[in-house]
Write a protein that binds this ligand. Structure first.
Ligand SMILES: NC(=O)c1ccc[n+]([C@@H]2O[C@H](COP(=O)([O-])OP(=O)(O)OC[C@H]3O[C@@H](n4cnc5c(N)ncnc54)[C@H](OP(=O)(O)O)[C@@H]3O)[C@@H](O)[C@H]2O)c1
Length: 253
């Protein structure tokens, strides 16, 4: 029997590439996002059975209901990938971009996690994959809400792994570095950038191995260990040197 996966945030970037790869790995795939025209285009490129659901995950009440509906429409799911995310550079520090980031990356993520966990608890087995980021390790001036939201995501997944220990439910936290997608367009300072396809190759390996945490590419693991211990004054110095040359002044402002 074919396995069934849902990719939340499948219209672009990492999610789009992941949906295509999962289909090649014999998954039926549920494609979720707001831009259904893009999902319909993607559907044409996928040979395995696909389902489309328009969900705005920031509208949490409706999003929970719609994800449950999709799981029913598909006759169940084995793997749910919570990939949707936004990053807004907010140089003039308006409230809206900060709150919108929290609505999608924190509230939306939590709502989708809640449906996935409760569904798999009922089923007795399942695999949840959340896409956090290396950005979740430390704060950053150019997008404070983004980094803080990803800190929430990776911390939340650690908590869920504890909560679900002793069950057959796996929670995998994927922590990418820079991946060439619309999310980082205009970020000339990005480095070690990989294509969505390379990232997805490593994400699929982490899924197959049921990893708890995977840095994508792996070299970001060492960066993360360093970032966790480096004192704030040294972190700020490095941050300014790397990120503030081309975009803005001191501390990315
Ligand atoms: N690219 C990077 O360098 C990088 C690095 C680390 C982590 N990440 C993380 O990887 C994930 C995927 O990002 P990406 O780089 O592939 O960016 P992307 O190409 O911009 O894709 C973002 C996806 O999120 C979906 N999305 C955004 N808002 C949504 C909402 N309100 N409801 C439902 N879906 C929503 C988008 O679909 P619609 O707009 O159609 O709804 C789209 O499919 C994100 O969580 C991001 O934070 C990316």
């Amino acid at each position: 029997m074919m396995k069934k996966a849902i990719v939340i945030g499948a219209s672009s970037g990492i999610g789009r590439a992941l949906a295509k790869t999962l289909a090649l790995e014999d998954y039926e795939v549920g494609l979720v996002s707001r831009r259904t025209a893009l999902l319909e285009e993607l559907q044409k490129e996928i040979t395995s059975k696909t389902y489309i659901k328009k969900i705005d995950i920031s509208d949490v009440i409706s999003a929970k209901k719609l994800l449950r509906e999709l799981i029913d429409d598909m006759g169940g799911a084995d793997l749910i990938v919570i990939n949707s995310g936004i990053s807004v550079t907010n140089k003039d520090f308006r409230a809206e971009p900060e709150l919108e980031t929290i609505a999608v990356n924190v509230s939306g993520f939590t709502a989708m996690m809640n449906v996935a966990v409760n569904y798999f608890l009922k089923k007795g087995v399942g695999h949840i994959v959340g896409i956090s980021s290396i950005a979740g390790i430390r704060g950053a001036a150019h997008a404070p809400a983004y980094n803080a939201s990803k800190a929430f995501v990776l911390n939340y997944m650690e908590g869920m792994r504890q909560k679900l220990s002793g069950t057959e439910i796996t929670v995998t936290d994927i922590r990418p570095g820079f991946v060439a997608t619309p999310l980082i367009e205009g970020h000339e300072w990005a480095f070690w950038t990989v294509s969505p396809e390379i990232a997805v190759g490593q994400i699929c390996r982490a899924i197959r191995k049921k990893k708890k945490v995977a840095y994508v590419p792996k070299r970001w693991y060492f960066v993360a260990q360093f970032l966790k211990i480096v004192p704030e004054f040294l972190y700020n110095r490095g941050y300014n040197r790397i990120f503030c040359g081309k975009e803005g002044g001191k501390n990315g402002k």
